[in-house]
Design a protein around this ligand. Sequence first.
Ligand code: CU
Length: 184
Amino acid sequence: MAKAIAASFLVLLLAFPTVFGTDHDVGESAGWALGTNYATWASGKTFRVGDNLVFKYDSTHEVDEVDESSYNSCSSSNSIKNYKGGNTKIELSSTGKRYFLCPTAGHCAGGMKLEINVVAAASGTPPTTPSGTPPSKSPSPPSESGSPATNSTSPPSPKSSGAVSVSSGIALLVGSAIVFAFMA
Ligand SMILES: [Cu+2]
């Protein structure tokens, strides 16, 4: 039983990022604070259009989005946008470089700066479309109710609407539940 639960969780974990985009928790458990190397944090991660950056920080910090030269000089005087409040989610809506720093005096120089490169949403990779079934191991035919194996083609527009994403997510949920039912 526990194995089945773990397996269905795995299915969810594998299936969902391809549908909803990924929330990247900046600095992981350390959050947005002094003492973390954000270049190290960002290296090896892939930031895609549709993903989000999530900054979590205490009241001594803020988040400024800046341009490249301000980033390099740790200047927040020309910031593109300022965020405060401790929990900031920034949607990565287009490709290209994004630059962030903490405008509190000395904090950027102390390491609170983050540069990322946003790439296109899953371009050229297979799991773009939600048309496939979840990686179900069961060879049995699709069952009666709520089968996700509708083989629908992907939405015509590259920017899938929220409604499509949500319904795909529900389909995946149902699919996972079916996998779970077979394994239990
Ligand atoms: Cu700070």
